[in-house]
Design a protein around this ligand. Structure first.
Ligand SMILES: C[C@@](CO)(OP(=O)(O)O)[C@H](O)COP(=O)(O)OP(=O)(O)OC[C@H]1O[C@@H](n2ccc(N)nc2=O)[C@H](O)[C@@H]1O
Ligand SMILES: Nc1ncnc2c1ncn2[C@@H]1O[C@H](COP(=O)(O)OP(=O)(O)O)[C@@H](O)[C@H]1O
Length: 299
């Protein structure tokens, strides 16, 4: 049989791909409400192995296509954080080459894992690669912060202490943990949780304790035990199922710390290694087939 004729390559520019890892707030203190309405935070942030995946085929037009298990709950419209981040960078870089993005959406949406922020940061990294911008180019950071408070940390992409509303980032040594992330498939809007906190504008207090950087898992767990997530109480009011999620994670062997990430409703537990996390993840998934359960690595 003769060979099929070759399809001409109508996209000669190679596609670029970036992972967009889930952000986990291991601790989150709210230090006050600022005059601009945002809350001043002090949060130890880590990144998980669990991730969305974003591809860019560089070109003059800006477009987005969605696929993957999370695609049905999202719109590929102008409000999508991938496109917002691209527009923010285009507003700062004359003649920026854009392109067609494809987002493989795997992380739950409105879940406290910063999935949209991770996608936005991945979009900025891809555009930087396509345009030869250095990762430390200040326009990337500015575009990130203009897109959302969590985007600068996602652009940094490594464990850090996050301050301000998300603009102050100090890299932080953190040992590796196994982790299980559990979302009960109850989306929570970040703004609603901050509203439920009902903090009046006023003076910003200083952090009670500044993390020193952690050489061992024991040192990290010791410090984190005294540094909770201040958004957990208001989130529990909005999503009472969090009590069940906490109980399910706490019942798994080897769970060190059970806590909510960001404004929820994803909760996580930390383990000594990935095997313990995988075993725990299987337990929770079997008991709660309707929940999103992911065992992963963190740090
Ligand atoms: C709470 C955190 C913790 O990492 O994560 P998530 O729960 O969203 O993942 C973040 O601060 C969320 O960052 P992000 O989701 O980018 O928030 P933004 O789009 O900037 O703001 C959404 C809304 O949340 C409130 N907001 C956000 C951040 C902040 N420091 N103070 C606030 O008061 C504001 O009401 C704002 O209108
Ligand atoms: N690419 C995206 N992925 C997820 N959410 C997005 C995206 N683009 C826009 N959004 C919107 O951003 C909001 C926050 O989403 P997300 O980042 O998943 O929340 P969280 O930070 O709480 O995990 C949602 O209301 C969602 O509709």
């Amino acid at each position: 049989m003769p060979d099929a004729p070759e399809t001409p390559d109508i996209h000669p520019v190679p596609a670029l791909t970036e992972r967009a890892p889930a952000k986990v707030n291991l601790s989150l203190r709210v230090l006050g409400r600022r005059p601009d309405g945002y809350h001043e935070l002090a949060s130890v942030v880590a990144f998980a192995g669990a991730a969305d995946r974003l591809t860019l085929r560089p070109g003059p037009d800006l477009a987005l296509a969605l696929r993957g298990p999370g695609a049905p709950v999202l719109e590929a419209d102008a409000d999508n954080l991938v496109l917002r981040a691209a527009r923010e960078l285009a507003a700062r870089v004359t003649g920026l080459m854009l392109g067609r993005f494809t987002l493989d959406k795997r992380l739950p949406v409105a879940a406290g894992l910063g999935g949209g922020s991770a996608d936005a940061a991945a979009a900025l990294r891809l555009l930087a690669r396509a345009n030869g911008l250095a990762p430390e180019d200040g326009r990337l950071f500015a575009a990130a912060l203009a897109t959302g408070s969590d985007v600068p940390a996602c652009l940094l992409g490594r464990s850090c202490l996050m301050g301000g509303r998300g603009e102050s980032l100090t890299p932080l040594a953190l040992p590796r943990f196994g982790a299980v992330l559990v979302n009960p498939r109850v989306p929570i809007a970040t703004a609603a949780v901050f509203r439920a906190l009902s903090l009046p504008p006023g003076p910003i207090r200083g952090p009670e304790s500044v993390p020193p950087g952690f050489a061992t898992r024991q040192a990290a767990l010791g410090w984190l035990a005294d540094e909770p997530n201040d958004l957990e109480a208001p989130a529990r009011g909005l999503a009472p199922v969090l009590a069940q999620v906490e109980a399910a994670l706490a019942a798994t062997p080897g769970a060190h710390l059970v806590r909510m990430s960001g404004s929820g409703a994803t909760m996580f537990a930390l383990y000594d290694d990935c095997r313990a996390a995988a075993r725990a993840g299987r337990m929770v998934a079997a008991a709660h087939p309707g929940w999103w359960v992911k065992s992963t690595v963190l740090g």
